[in-house]
Design a protein around this ligand. Sequence first.
Ligand code: PEP
Ligand code: MG
Length: 573
Amino acid sequence: MRCKGNPVSEGLGIGEVYSYRTMEFTVSSSPISREQVGQNLAEYYRIKEKAAAELKAIIDQLQREQPDKALIFMAHQEILDDEAIDEKIRHEITENLSNPTWAIYTVYEEFGQLLKNMKKQVFRERAQDILDVRNRLLRVANGIIAPNLNSLDKPVVIAAHDLLPSDTATLDRSKVVAIITETGGETSHSAIIARSYGIPALLGIPGLMNKVKDGDRVVVDALDGELIIDPTEEELAEYAAKRERYLKWATDTEAYLGKKAVTKDGVSLEVGLNIGTVEESRVKQAAYADFIGLFRTEFLYLSSPELPTEEEQYETYKQVLETFQRPVVLRTLDIGGDKNVPCLALPKEDNPFLGVRGLRLCFDRPEIFQTQLRAALRASAHGDLSLMLPMVTNLDDIYQAKELINTVRQEMEEAGIPMAPKIKVGIMVEVPSVALIADLVAKEVDFVSIGTNDLCQYTLAVDRQNQRMADYYQSYHPALFRLIGYATKHFLAAGKPVSVCGELGGDPLAVPVLIGLGVRRFSMNPSSIAKVKRVITHLTIDHAQELADQVQTLATAGQVKRFLERELKDYIC
Ligand code: PEP
Ligand code: MG
């Protein structure tokens, strides 16, 4: 049997299934009496302390062995110490007379749901951390010892409904051939951990736990996103060969991580990193990136029931600058009607992607925008920070945003608040209208970054989140390359730097075309850096231009993809 899954950690694993079922807890809702409040509050703190001690032990161990993984558990520690959560639990016990486990369960559930309802996957997946901390507390409350995946007696493919960070961080990687789960996506912790361990992982396989059982032989093809249950002998031989080919390619590619992004004919390009949280500026690949080309700041707004304060934002932005020690492009708030943002209570819209999104929301709620600007300008005193505006559709947007930025700046200057003497302001090019007036836009901005995810959505009239439209979301559509080429030409002619920070900017098949169209700066997810550097190193600018010319003459996205796969076969897997 074959099933599709989301290949979040590249590779190919063949082995027997070990089905990992996480513990179910029974949580009683029976209330306590008023006289029992003190004792139950003390019980809550005992549970919390024990959970904190467990986390500390894990962090100490990981800091010695794999410091990057320790960050996940530090984030758990922060959740455990979160004042809003703590306050609510205390309130539940003292005012609503909930017993401690019920208070923990309901409050964590509420915070977890808040994140789960977010449209953006990266935030939905942070709900996992909340769930993980909650499960730790409930397990401790039930007096159960932590389960672990570090005593497996033979190599296995781990199958689970979902894996929480705690399940994966301590697993014995030498015994795990692959990971398959029913839920989870690209940015889940399971995915991040699997990637950093180099374990192939295929997530989001519907009904997985009913399809496999312990001991089943499976092939996990996390290159093409397929799970093959009970393969034939021929299939096994075929996939074993595919695995060998991949392993060789992956080893060769890893060697490019530390290389400079210089083309075969000596042109230096810049390779940057896209991040969505502070933690991501600490990933291994960050050391090999020239800049942070896209710092998505939405997480601050989406992960909290209240609007983040200026101080909180300032601290976060400063932390990113100080941790990364390279130029950072901070994208101002890009949320909108399609996301259920608890701290904003946005009205429902019929066409949210065409509605009050990104900069439009900032104009609608200028006080929110001004707070973010103040925080960002203050942070600019601690490093090289630029501002980037999302969802710009016309020049009025740019005039208005710049006016707001200048006003905030002036007020801060008058108040004697330290900040960088000049801060660059750029825009995301993600709507065809601004791409088509690039020559005019260029006069008003310091730089641009092409957001191909939205540019594809708005050019091809296809909702990027609608799974049923997936076939229409064609990022290799020749129209998209023509549009990018047009905009790039005009921005460069006006002397304005152009980068690409959408998914195409980290796609080794598309990067050569983008280079051919004139792009010299790319910003991407950490896992793309080595692959992109590899393809850049083998390319001449002339070759890239030929590819770009050809692509723009082809008729369909399918033809473009097949053409590029053929042309670049030596550098991609
Ligand atoms: C884009 O649209 O390409 C982009 C990088 O922004 P986001 O994916 O956050 O909308
Ligand atoms: Mg976008």
